[in-house]
Design a protein around this ligand. Structure first.
Ligand SMILES: O=P(O)(O)OC[C@@H](O)[C@@H](O)c1c[nH]c2ccccc12
Length: 256
């Protein structure tokens, strides 16, 4: 499944590139005002932080919410106390677009994450051109040399990579590239199985000084507390926020 998500995302990127070539996207990326400091926004604090996700659907859960106005949802996330906004830009299975990300960028003053299946430099330039401050890199989808290349391009463009892992081996690969932000996804992107205890098993392997993010499977304040107790600085939440009242849910989760 992960392979087909990546190849779909690359096919879509190559269609976009046929319309708007690498030179144009690169120029647009370089013309953007400097991005926001995601490392500062997500820095460990005496309370847990939340990255709130704009997510219409997913291959494992199907349709979640229509989200006719992603900018409005993102503003509600900001009001509710989110520290950053994640925007799914994958079209085929998640129903997102880069236009969603641009709209969100214009509506909030928080760092914005491009959540997609990034596997080539063109997609990184697109992210910056659309106003992203953070870009997701999924270790399981990338050979190490490509992970190194994309990670360094993200940094050169003044952005921060959220390097996503799902095993001890992947955490060491993330540490090897010098990741400053490491996520552990409770969902296995090949089988879609959830393991909420995976974060706790891997957290000790993430060096201190690196921001630790627990991703997926948060439905209740107790789930937030569970990840916090296991050492999460930040929790990334999608479904529970798009299917509930965003401000009330965030307020409740941040109080936990
Ligand atoms: O909706 P949830 O269970 O709160 O999960 C959010 C987020 O972690 C999930 O959307 C996600 C984590 N890593 C990904 C990689 C690609 C696509 C989606 C994801």
């Amino acid at each position: 499944m992960l392979d087909s998500l990546v190849s779909g995302a690359l096919a879509d990127a190559s269609e976009r590139r046929a319309v708007r070539g690498l030179d144009l996207v690169e120029a647009a990326a370089l013309a953007r005002p400097a991005g926001l400091d995601a490392l500062e926004a997500l820095a460990p604090a005496d309370r847990v932080k939340i990255i709130a996700e704009v997510k219409r659907s997913s291959p494992s859960r199907g349709a979640l919410a229509e989200i006719p106005d992603p900018a409005l949802l993102a503003s509600q996330y900001e009001t509710g106390g989110a520290s950053a906004i994640s925007v799914l830009t994958e079209v085929r299975r998640f129903g997102g677009t880069l236009a969603d990300l641009e709209a969100v960028r214009a509506a909030v003053s928080l760092p914005v994450l491009r959540k997609d299946f990034i596997a080539e430099p063109y997609q990184v330039f697109e992210a910056r051109a659309a106003g992203a401050d953070l870009v997701l890199l999924i270790v399981a989808a990338l050979e190490q040399p490509l992970l190194v290349e994309l990670h360094s391009l993200i940094q050169q463009l003044g952005m921060t990579a959220l390097v996503e892992t799902h095993s001890a081996d992947e955490v060491s690969r993330a540490v090897d590239v010098g990741a400053q932000v490491i996520g552990v996804n409770a969902r296995d992107l090949s089988t879609f199985e959830l393991d909420q205890d995976l974060f706790g098993r891997l957290a000790d392997q993430i060096p201190s000084g690196v921001i630790r993010i627990a991703e997926s499977a948060v439905k209740t304040p107790a789930d937030v507390a569970h990840y916090r107790a296991a050492g999460a600085d930040v929790v990334l939440i999608g479904e529970a926020l798009v299917t509930g009242d965003p401000v009330a849910t965030l307020t409740e989760f941040l109080g936990s």
